[in-house]
Design a protein. Sequence first.
Length: 676
Amino acid sequence: MVRITHPLLAGAGQYLAAAFLVALGLSASGCGDSASVNPAVELSRLTVSPGTLQPGFSSETTSYRVDLTNDITTVTVTAQAAVSGDTVTINGHATTSRTITLDPAGQTTVVNIVVSESTNNSRTYTIRLIRAGLVGNNSLQSLGVSSGALAPAFDANVQTYTVSVANNVGSLNVTSTLSDPAATMTVNGQAALSGQARAITLNGPGQSTSITIIVTAQNGNDKAYLVMVSRGVSNNNNLQSLTISPGALTPPFSAGTVGYTINVASTVNSVTVTPSVQDSAASMTVNGQATNSGQARAITLNGPGANTFINIIVNSQSGPSKTYSVNVLRAALVGNNNLSALTVSSGSLSPVFNSGTEDYSVIVTPDVTTVTVTPALQNSSSTMTVNGTPTTSGQARPVTLRAAGLSTLINIVVTAQNGTQRTYTVEVDRAALGGNNNLSALSVSPGSLAPAFVPSTLTYTVNVANSFTSVNVAATKADANAVISEDVTAGAGTATGQATIQLGGEGTATLVLIAVTASNGSSKTYRITVARASSSSNNNLSALSVSPGSLTPSFAAGREDYTTDVASDVTSMNLSATKADANAVLSGSVSAGTGVSTGQATIPLNGAGTSTSVSITVTAANGSSKTYSITVNRAANGDEDNNGGNRGNGSNRGNGGNNGNGGNNGNGNNKNKEDD
């Protein structure tokens, strides 16, 4: 018997050639048996994932290449023999799918796929996996600053820039974007993301600040960009503060006020002045003597009865100066009948005390029955009385006030050594008892009042979700001397009362009472009804989707059963389910707890030609539940030959269902590889 095996003898034309060769063989040998013709040993499918074969796959093409980016470290090679029963090896391993670890970036990995049949006939397919090399791009694509402008304008190849900003700019943002997203960078030594704004604190006015951006390419090469920010000089010549000890400035210090007076006793022969500048770059002198900001300077005063000027000159960084002047008035040894200070324990003097001002008024609340007045003498040799009672300098004197709504006069008589007198008068006005029992503000958190609060409306409602077990109530009195009681309390003198109110069960209402009692005894009660919602019964989905594939029928919240069909090579499916009520709970194939709207999951599918059941249960806040079901039908494996799923037009290898005339492969049945 003669056996002819040749991979090119395939198809009808090849069978004629085979018959001719067999005839020649029989004629030469005298054998009358017919020969079997083997089909080609080849692949029917070859893929690389990720990647694309170049050229596209053809069973007759045995050499391919795949270009890959440098971040790909592994690929999966899948091969399928054209003939059932033939074996496939990938890099020496008998398998139809294998994960290949790539050589380092910039190198090529070779994969050999061998398909063989039992007679040891084989064919080798070769794939060259070409992995791109690391990139050396260490340039910026853009560079910007939030204040000022780059000089020169940004160019990726220019690495040094300058920026000028005003003296009052204390910081700016620098934003740098990489040309190669795979590169990395630092801004002043700190790692930064491409396009991320980074705040840079600048040095003081008149100084420069350097900003260094270092870009490192994938291959490790660095490039440094430098931005020099010049901050302008300051023209700030203001004082931040000014104090004189002993004594007090008149008027009180303000940076824009340059002239002041101060009265001291005749016994004071020096004062200490302490000025501070607003701008640390400014300089100053006190009476011509250079002085640091915050430094105390002792100034010797002229004799009793004379005045002394203290001049503080502040020089700004840019040059312009400002002069602050303090006129210190020292009392004479004889005839000083001034007070140096006067205070009361409740209320405040109007106008503010000044030794040259004799008449003052003070307003106190109705509940104040006594005040304490404390006067101090400018000259310790002087004497004084408070409402006729001798009082030493700095001694506190209690004064009983007249009834609410009436005024009380307090007279302080100062007698100088020379016998001259000055009388300081303080009129204390005690307010009448009030009848204001209104609230000026009322709020509930969480929730809002309905209707909106107005003092004359006494009844309100507030609706809160069933998840809240308490609310915070804050009530503010229109008259601080009124009293709040009931569920919220606040005594006289306390403006606002607050309380945490525990609510009843779900679906119930809780009444909150706030009683306001005025100073004269009149009262009113504000009422708030807090309604706590019932638990939700919503156990619907608002959305349901699968990928790949689509639901049949289309999704509707009230429809619970669905099917979807996927191809045989789909091994898993992505499922996304969104609750109609975020407080419901998803369970089953997809899970999502309270407060999470959407649940997602990857569902592994059963084998090709089978179905997989997926269920999603939605449990409402009140405990009721609903289950949605999806049946995923995975198609059977596709037949890789022609009609009937085998190699040939029939169910076997050859025309008419077998690999030879008469339905057999030679004289035998089906696919025979040996002579009968």
